[in-house]
Design a binder for this molecule. Structure first.
Ligand code: C2E
Ligand code: CA
Ligand code: CA
Length: 658
């Protein structure tokens, strides 16, 4: 029983949100409650001043008012305090106890005044008690226990006292009050239940919000992170870039953006499989992360491409030293599941001090990367004024090519390739030329990439091939034609089918035609390239692997390509008579060709010494300025006819000698 009473009297400490809400409501209502009490006490004391003794009209009400003042002061002082849960429970609990005490005090005091004075003052006592208790219940609505206890402490004695006075008016007041009390208690319960429900639903809402917040933070983290390497991803890089660029501009500080691309990653992927490729990327990301700090931000942009933001105040030399260190770290061997893979990282950098917005800066870094890939693989290249000029030229070429009359302005020259023993011309390689009315003669190194950028490569290749074939048909039978395909052509089924049609329509024997592709082109999409090569082979056309040795050659895939020829790049030939390494490389490739049964062509023969050295190495076919520069078609006819006369003379002389 006592336990039940205690539980009933106790504040619900298990519900922190409810306690907090009750405390918040009380801070505002309690001073009002005590002020009301004091006003009522003063009014009742005044009406009884002349009739009742000073103890009842001055000292006791004074003490009661003092108690009220102390309580107001206490609550007032704590109105801005952040009260702990325990503090709030204590405060509310004390309100219950003090409320009951004050209730008992006020009831006893007011009833003790009843015998003094006349009928009016007696009615004032009844009015005082009724109005005060109603006021208290209203003010304590949020603390049901306190409201109920005070109602009980005041109303029970009130009803009993006035019902037993024998006066019909007081009896009526007592009954009225009893009925009003029942209604009030009912409303109190309803209101309190509504209040608790509101707090509960707020609680649920807050919990839901917290959960949503947590989920959205996790989603944001995932959306900004690359799932394989756990580096920030492209999206995050872009946001960070814009932010850092704005800060650097505002504070006039330096910022550099870098793009790193792994050289030879595709070969690792194709040779060792995707799982090994993934491990390599994770390791590369780990090495990059070692350079990340407040000033350096690393991200994975796509496949084997990484982004750098460097906002340390480094001068140009320090910037290059830092990025070179990063490139060197990426160049260390990767030991993955028992195999060792080697790749390098080329890096293009653009500095914010060069001006420009985020997009332009990124494009500059991309251009510098393109340069690094072309000329300084495995190193860092900083975007320069020279590059800026090249970009301007490039966009001029792009523009002119779009408006060019391809049929009229494009043609091919032919460079002979010869038998290394007899020097007899075996055929010609067609080399494209563009005579632009506004730009003059443009080299293929410039316009082929422009045609690729402008999505016109297939059309350009087809026109050039048609022209080359039409002329090659006029050569003596058996003379071979080599024709270059671009990286785009070999991975486009549409282009290959178009070229097959052109070849068929030309009347040139497909068995005398070789299409040259580079290793890098094949590697962009090995499977698609192989399927296109097989289709060409099925039509009797041969495939030559051009510029061999310059890309990230992986001998593993050479075996998987049905090749008719391998053309050793001329960079190995330039120093062949002095460089032992170049000689050894050429010897190895010649052996490889012999082993896989394909012809070996040496490009870039410029001197008689080179011819001697390379013939000794066993090279069968040679091409280069020494044997003939790229020439117009008419000259090829002259050369071929001179050769046939020489052969005829040789045969006749031989039969004459015989
Ligand atoms: P490539 O296929 O390696 O062609 C050989 C290039 O080396 C030619 O440059 C040729 O003139 C040059 N060359 C030949 N012998 C020597 C030599 O002894 N010494 C030196 N220093 N150079 C020599 P060109 O004609 O400027 O062509 C450059 C590249 O443009 C070609 O390299 C080829 O990749 C591309 N290309 C040429 N014509 C076409 C074409 O019709 N279609 C496509 N897609 N690319 C072409
Ligand atoms: Ca070629
Ligand atoms: Ca070549």
């Amino acid at each position: 029983m006592f336990r039940r009473i205690r539980i009933f009297l106790a504040v619900d400490a298990e519900n922190p949100q409810l306690i907090k809400a009750q405390q918040a409501a009380f801070i505002k209502q309690v001073p009002l409650l005590y002020l009301m009490l004091m006003t009522n006490v003063v009014a009742l004391s005044l009406t009884h001043l002349s009739a009742a003794p000073p103890m009842l009209t001055l000292y006791i009400p004074g003490a009661l008012c003092l108690g009220c003042c102390i309580r107001i002061l206490g609550w007032w002082r704590s109105r801005h305090n952040i009260v702990s849960h325990e503090g709030a429970v204590r405060q509310l609990q004390s309100t219950v106890y003090v409320g009951v005490l004050l209730g008992v005090g006020f009831t006893s005091w007011s009833l003790s005044l009843f015998p003094y004075g006349n009928a009016y003052t007696q009615v004032h006592v009844a009015f005082f008690m009724a109005i005060t208790v109603i006021g208290c219940i209203f003010c304590l609505m949020h603390l049901r226990t306190a409201a109920l206890l005070i109602a009980g402490v005041v109303l029970i004695p009130f009803t009993v006292f006035f019902a037993t006075t024998g006066n019909s008016v007081f009896t009526a007041i007592a009954i009225n009050m009893a009925l009003v009390s029942v209604a009030m208690v009912y409303i109190l319960f309803k209101h309190y239940a509504g209040f608790v429900e509101l707090i509960e639903s707020q609680k649920a809402l807050v919990a839901k919000q917290a959960e949503t917040q947590k989920l959205s933070e996790e989603n944001r983290r995932l959306a900004d992170t690359d799932s394989l390497t756990e580096l920030p991803n492209r999206r995050s890089f872009r946001a960070e870039f814009v932010q850092r660029l704005a800060r650097a501009t505002a504070e006039q500080r330096k910022l550099a953006v870098g793009i790193i691309d792994l050289d030879g990653f595709k070969a690792v992927n194709d040779t060792f499989g995707h799982a090994a490729g993934d491990h390599l990327l994770i390791e590369a990301a780990r090495r990059l992360r070692a350079f990340s700090d407040d000033g350096i931000f690393c991200a994975r942009l796509s496949g084997d491409e990484f982004g750098l933001l460097i906002d340390a105040t480094l001068d140009d030399d320090q910037l290059v030293t830092l990025t070179e260190r990063i490139c060197q770290s990426l160049q260390q061997p990767y030991h993955i599941r028992g195999i060792t893979a080697n790749v390098s990282g080329s890096c293009g950098i653009a500095r914010h001090t060069d001006g420009g917005n985020a997009v332009q800066l990124f494009e500059r870094a991309d251009y510098a990367l393109y340069h690094a890939k072309q000329h300084r693989r495995g190193h860092a290249v900083v975007f320069s004024e020279d590059h800026e000029r090249q970009i301007v030229n490039r966009s001029r070429v792009d523009q002119e090519l779009k408006n060019a009359n391809l049929e009229a302005e494009f043609y091919v020259l032919f460079q002979p390739f010869v038998d290394s023993g007899s020097h007899a011309i075996l055929g010609f390689e067609a080399l494209a030329r563009w005579e632009s009315p506004s730009l003059g003669r443009v080299n293929p190194d410039v316009f082929i990439p422009a045609a690729e950028r402008g999505e016109m490569m297939g059309t350009v290749t087809n026109i050039l091939l048609r022209k080359a074939l039409a002329q090659a048909c006029q050569w003596p039978a058996g003379t071979r034609l080599s024709f270059n395909l671009s990286a785009r052509d070999i991975v486009s089924r549409e282009t290959i089918e178009m070229l097959l049609k052109t070849i068929a329509e030309s009347g040139f024997a497909p068995s005398c035609l070789d299409l040259e592709v580079t290793e890098t082109a094949v590697m962009t999409n090995f499977d698609l390239a192989v399927s296109n090569i097989n289709l060409l082979m099925a039509h009797g056309i041969g495939i030559a692997l051009d510029d061999f040795g310059t890309g990230h050659s992986s001998l593993g895939y050479v075996h998987r390509l049905p090749l008719r020829k391998i053309k050793i790049d001329r960079s190995f030939i330039a120093d062949i008579d002095t460089n032992v390494l170049s000689r050894n490389i050429v010897r190895t490739i010649v052996d490889l060709c012999r082993n896989i049964g394909c012809a070996c062509v040496i490009e870039g023969m410029e001197t008689a010494e080179q011819v001697v050295v390379l013939r000794a190495l066993g090279c069968g076919i040679m091409q280069g300025y020494y044997f003939g520069r790229p020439m117009p078609f008419a000259e090829t006819l002259e050369k071929l006819s001179a050769q046939s006369h020489a052969e005829k003379d040789f045969t006749e002389n031989r039969s004459a000698v015989a």
